[in-house]
Design a protein around this ligand. Structure first.
Ligand code: IFM
Length: 462
């Protein structure tokens, strides 16, 4: 008997708990010639930026194979499918003229999901900013999300998409992981658009938050009533009790856990962030009124906790963390969490830290905290008989249940990802899917974890 067969059945969740699977446009759609270019197309065209030298030009070819993929979601028994809409597919120039064929694609996708009994959950932005908005000539000097009016263009785009699929898609997400897009894409330059602005990247965070608030208004004006945002979070553990390590961990906690959550939930930035922003961007206080436009729930993408210590001596050089290269001038250093299994990405597997995160959010934000939804959780492992993915998911689902038992209002859980896909700067090296994709033939093959989840969801419905 395989180890997974012997495990205890998962505890029963509330009947209306939402179970889903997630993907994003740039990572799966392909069909690059049938949309406008995004910052990711420009970024991946430069040799050396993606570790295996690939691009997402074809990816999983989901644009042409979406029926097969929706059938896989339906057979899995998931109640919801979280996908992202490609802004440059809908508006190739970022604003203005709509690409009707692109909008038609999402229309067909939503119809197909509804016919399969799966709720469509669109995310409006998952990092693929139209290149036209970023501005080739402005790479270092202020295009894209460094510009305030990108937030206004985003709200116009939100209205266009909601006008077409808002009648059938009920649950919406404005942005995915704006922290990663700010820090990896604009501060460190290891994601698109490849800007290395360090702390001068902060306006990118503010403009994404402003875009979120304006999009919430646009969605509500289009009749959408169920809106959230997906932010990545994880407990931050100081490497020791020394004041230097605690201070460094606090700093990291602000960047990962509070930079976006505080303004969204409390209507204010963490202290030093607010001061830095006021010096570089417009009327922050007025914008915060837009940013705190009420949302119906708050999405958390969770993968791992992080142990953080004081910066290492500069002579130690750059350090590797989660596939990133961290420069020594950062005011913190990431340390190894010892004694835990790691995924193929090297990420430590610590399921109980998800309970810690969720109860910590409840403690930090109290009555101001909207209901929570786990909008992403998953792991990269090779192989079709992926018992380690089953272990990971089993442990994390139990951790969510424990948070429920401790009184945290969690309403849903989405696995990242339905299928293997283009994992950004890693290329196709990290496989996060419940379904294996052969990138030569594009054949889809459900893994052992898919069968496990199908049975788990069946048991939840029983
Ligand atoms: O693949 C990504 C996704 O696009 C955003 N959240 C984390 C995932 C795994 O790295």
């Amino acid at each position: 008997m395989a180890a997974s067969d012997a495990r205890e059945p998962l505890p029963q969740f509330p009947r209306d708990f939402l179970w889903g699977v997630s993907t994003s446009a740039h990572q799966i759609e392909g069909a690059v010639d049938e949309r406008g270019p995004s910052v990711w197309d420009a970024f991946t065209a430069v040799s050396g930026r993606v570790k295996d030298g690939t691009t997402a030009a074809v990816a999983c070819d989901h644009y042409h194979r979406y029926r097969e993929d929706v059938a896989l979601v339906g057979e899995l028994g998931a109640g919801a499918y979280r996908f992202s809409v490609s802004w440059p597919r809908v508006l190739p120039g970022g604003s203005g003229e709509v690409n009707t064929a692109g909008l038609d694609f999402y229309d067909r996708l939503v119809d197909e999901l509804c016919a399969a009994g799966v709720s469509p959950v669109p995310t409006l932005f998952h990092w693929d900013t139209p290149l036209a908005l970023d501005g080739e000539g402005e790479r270092e000097s202020g295009g894209g999300w460094l510009r305030r009016d990108t937030a206004e263009r985003f709200a116009e785009y939100a209205a266009v998409v909601a006008g077409r699929i808002g009648d059938r898609a009920k649950k919406w997400i404005t942005l995915n992981e704006p922290a990663e897009h700010t820090l990896l894409g604009h501060a460190l330059g290891q994601h698109a658009p490849g800007k290395q602005l360090m702390f001068d990247a902060l306006p990118v965070a503010h403009h994404q938050l402003l875009a979120h608030g304006l999009a919430v208004r646009a969605l509500r004006a289009a009749g959408v009533t169920d809106i959230g945002i997906a932010n990545s979070h994880g407990p931050t553990w100081p490497a020791s009790a020394s004041p230097e390590d605690v201070q460094a961990a606090d700093f990291y906690d602000v960047l990962l856990n509070r930079l976006f959550a505080d303004p969204l939930i409390l209507g204010r930035y963490p202290d030093f962030i607010g001061q830095l922003l006021s010096a570089t961007t417009g009327d922050v206080e007025a914008d915060l009124k837009v940013i705190t436009e009420p949302i119906d729930w708050y999405g958390i993408n969770f993968y791992q906790p992080t142990k953080v210590g004081a910066p290492l001596p500069a002579a130690a050089g750059p350090t590797e963390f989660s596939g990133l290269t961290l420069p020594p001038e950062l005011p913190f250093s990431v340390r190894e969490i010892e004694g835990r299994a790691v995924t193929d990405f090297g990420w430590p597997v610590v399921p109980e830290s998800l309970t810690e995160l969720l109860t910590g959010f409840r403690d930090r934000y109290g009555d101001r905290l909207p209901p929570l939804v786990i909008t992403e959780n998953g792991c990269s492992y090779e192989g079709l008989d992926d018992q380690r993915r089953i272990d990971y998911l089993d442990g994390h689902v139990r951790a969510v249940h424990q948070a429920l038992a401790e009184g945290v209002d969690v309403r849903g859980y989405f696995v990242w990802s339905l299928m293997d896909n283009f994992e950004w700067a890693e290329g196709y090296r990290q496989r996060f899917g419940l379904v294996h994709v052969d990138y030569e033939t594009l054949e889809r093959t459900p893994k052992a974890s898919y069968a496990w989840l199908r049975e788990a969801l069946r048991a939840q419905r029983a």
